[in-house]
Ligand binder design. Structure first.
Ligand SMILES: Cc1cc2nc3c(=O)[nH]c(=O)nc-3n(C[C@H](O)[C@H](O)[C@H](O)COP(=O)(O)O)c2cc1C
Length: 189
């Protein structure tokens, strides 16, 4: 039986090899506290051999990430994946370790969100933002704030749409997590 997570890993590796800028990214959608759908681009990470995303706990999306929908579009392969997922927190120690690999400005911003004001809140001007960032007191050594967070993605349903068919008829398959393995169905594209 095909494991769609292995398929996704193989396709992402192939896309990375082709220099596809989408190979490391996803679009993650959730439902906000007003019942409205919200979507944004996130880096799709491989942490401890599992798919994960990293976010900041001060973001308004943070309390609403228990159920998410994730899209991975790989233009170099002409393949789309849609994942319906529950999530599980990445242990703090793993987040802290990965956080060290972040560039310096995202690190500073995580501390700004934590100590000054939450991600996504209005600030007077871009100049005010840059001044706040420049005057920010950072811990020494520079470690991850408690708000740096991660979620493992636990896909329950995965749909793969492959546009790259010689006869022009797209190949669409849905994989549903069963016990003990995935159940595969071909869908009308
Ligand atoms: C290429 C790219 C990668 C991004 N990666 C992340 C990420 O890994 N984590 C994150 O919180 N935001 C990331 N962002 C920013 C998000 O798209 C978004 O603007 C931010 O998380 C705030 O979203 P919110 O208002 O839903 O909280 C990325 C944006 C782009 C364009």
């Amino acid at each position: 039986m095909t494991d769609p997570l292995e398929l996704l890993a193989t396709d992402r590796a192939l896309a990375r090899g082709r220099g596809d800028p989408c190979a490391t990214l996803c679009t993650l959608a959730n439902v906000d506290d007003h019942g409205m759908p919200q979507a944004r681009t996130l880096v799709l990470r491989d942490v401890a051999d599992r798919l994960a995303v990293f976010v900041n706990a001060t973001s308004p999306k943070f309390p609403h990430l228990a159920h998410v929908s994730v899209v991975v579009w790989l233009p170099s392969l002409n393949v789309q994946y849609r994942l319906t997922c529950t999530t599980e927190p990445v242990p703090a120690a793993l987040v802290a370790e990965s956080w060290q690999l972040r560039p310096v400005v995202p690190k500073q911003l995580d501390w700004l969100y934590t100590r000054v004001q939450a991600q996504g809140t209005p600030i007077g001007s871009r100049e005010a933002l840059l001044e706040t960032l420049a005057s920010l007191l950072l811990p020494e050594p520079l470690v991850a704030p408690e708000t740096a967070s991660g979620f493992f993605l636990l896909p329950e349903r995965i749909e793969r749409l492959d546009l790259n068919q010689e006869n022009g008829v797209h190949d669409r398959r849905r994989f549903t997590l069963g016990n003990p393995s995935w159940h595969e169905e071909v869908l009308v594209p």
